[in-house]
Design a protein around this ligand. Sequence first.
Ligand SMILES: [Zn+2]
Length: 90
Amino acid sequence: MTSPSPNPAAIDTLGKLADAEMGLVWYCDDCNRRMELTLVRAIEIWGRDQVFIRWRPPIKCGGCGSRSVNCRVQANTAIGQPTGKPFSRP
Ligand SMILES: [Zn+2]
């Protein structure tokens, strides 16, 4: 078992990001290529408890082969739309 986040209120893990209807995108620092990796897939690989803050994901850029890949939070465009799921969950 991985230990839970020390601050339950902070969105600092992949699972919490998903719960908050946020997305995560990965960019190569060297060539600025965007990885074809979704938050859902990342959770499948690394689990919901993976902390993404100051995280160096163990992936390699498909363009230049660099391992300097960083992730950034991306707002999900579904938020606020009538058909979207509610932002907060019980
Ligand atoms: Zn690259």
